[in-house]
Structures are given as C-alpha cells and as structure tokens.
Write a new protein. Structure first.
Length: 227
C-alpha cells in the first residue's frame, strides 16, 4: 500500500532537511505542497534543490484570507487528487515548512487520510528552534516553563497568557505587531523581547523589538526572563 508522508522541511535553509526527509523526497513519485492562490510555494522553494525533476507535482493553492483559512473545500478537493495517486500505488510526500505538526497545514490533510491510508509524519526542524538559534536565546532552562502564543489572539487574551511566564515565543506576528508590542510594553517585557524574521534564510533579521516597524507573517518574538 502506498504511503502519504507529511514531510517536515525545516524553516527555510535547504541544508536543514533531515536525512530521512531527504531520502523520502528523492524517492517519492508525487510531491504536493501548499501554495498561495497565485505565486510560488515557500515549501517547494526549500525542497527545490533536492527534487528529481521527474516527480508529479500538486500545488495545493489555498486562499490566505482571514476567516477562510484553512479552507475545507480546498483540502477536500486536493485530498481527492492525492488519494487517486495513493490508491494507484504511488507514494505522496506533502512538503511542509518547518515541522508538519507545529502550526502546520498538513494536520488538515492528516485528518482526511489517517483512517483510510498509511500516513507517516517526518518531523522537521521547527521555526521555534531556528529562531532561538538565530537570536542566541536559549528557550528555557531548569524548571522554566516555555509558553507558545499565536499573535492572532485578542489583546486581553495575549496579556493573560503572558503574565508570569518564564519564557514566551510569540508566533504569527505579521499585521499583529503593534498589538503584541502594546501587550509587552504593558507587562514591562518589551525591553527583553527579541524579534526574529525569516530565520535561516539569506534575509534573516534579528532585532530588539523597539527597532521593528513592520513584520511579515514568518516572524517570531522571543521573551525570556533570566533563570
């Protein structure tokens, strides 16, 4: 029976693929990857140096519109296409930036296949580890507790979750930058916050929060108190 792989590719640097991910990538006849409705795919760009050139490619084009993502009809439609290959005996690797199960869209594909097909998740280097390495900030030590918070939460919810935490990683910054800044300033944490953008890529940036005026979606803010 063919296998569906959720293939973690790491945060961006093609050299951060695991050996297992690389081996799977080189031998599967079909690769699928998330992509914008128009334009290229970040996941495919990571994998590009390792693609064979003979693989069938499926671009899972998904609208990135608030309130519509994830779009169930998109995953249903591409799920049928993926299932056609699997049922014909062809392994399929779904390319996932970072780790498939760390805020990854692969979980929606996983849900559709886990009861009917053989599915294997290949973990990848997550953006969390990549940003900590870029910033030179250990995430937690000894008895410290690490909290991961999406910036998409409301201002009040963010404040409640950040109060009293030892170490915080705030993900999905993007258009929520000013909201996050207000919360950190109100809690007296803005001065120890470190901003990381596009970790491991050529245009990576690591800055104190006070020097950041805008942020892309692929950015993170790390706040670590002294142990």
């Amino acid at each position: 029976m063919a296998t569906l792989y959720g293939l973690g590719l790491g945060p961006g640097d093609p050299e951060l693929l695991t050996l297992k991910a690389l081996n799977v990538l080189k031998r599967v006849p079909v690769v699928a990857y998330p992509a914008l409705e128009s334009g290229d795919s970040f996941a495919r760009r990571i994998a590009a140096p390792h693609l064979t050139g003979n693989q069938v490619e499926i671009a899972i084009r998904t609208p990135m519109i608030p309130g519509r993502y994830p779009a169930n009809d998109v995953y249903d439609r591409y799920g049928v296409e993926i299932a056609t290959h699997l049922d014909a005996g062809r392994d399929v690797a779904v390319l996932c930036q970072g780790d498939p199960f760390f805020y990854g869209s692969f979980m929606y594909i996983f849900q559709r296949f886990t009861d009917t097909h053989t599915v294997e998740v290949v973990p990848g280097v997550s953006s969390l580890g990549a940003c900590a390495a870029a910033a030179g900030r250990p995430l937690a030590s000894r008895n410290q507790v690490l909290t991961i918070v999406p910036a998409t939460l409301s201002e009040d919810d963010l404040a409640q979750r950040l109060k009293g935490t030892d170490s915080v990683a705030i993900v999905k910054i993007g258009r929520h930058l000013e909201k996050v800044r207000r919360v950190l300033e109100s809690l007296g944490l803005a001065g120890v916050a470190r901003y990381v953008e596009r970790a491991t890529l050529e245009d990576e940036r690591v800055l104190p929060l006070e020097r950041v005026s805008e942020a892309p979606y692929f950015s993170m803010i790390l706040v670590t108190r002294e142990p």
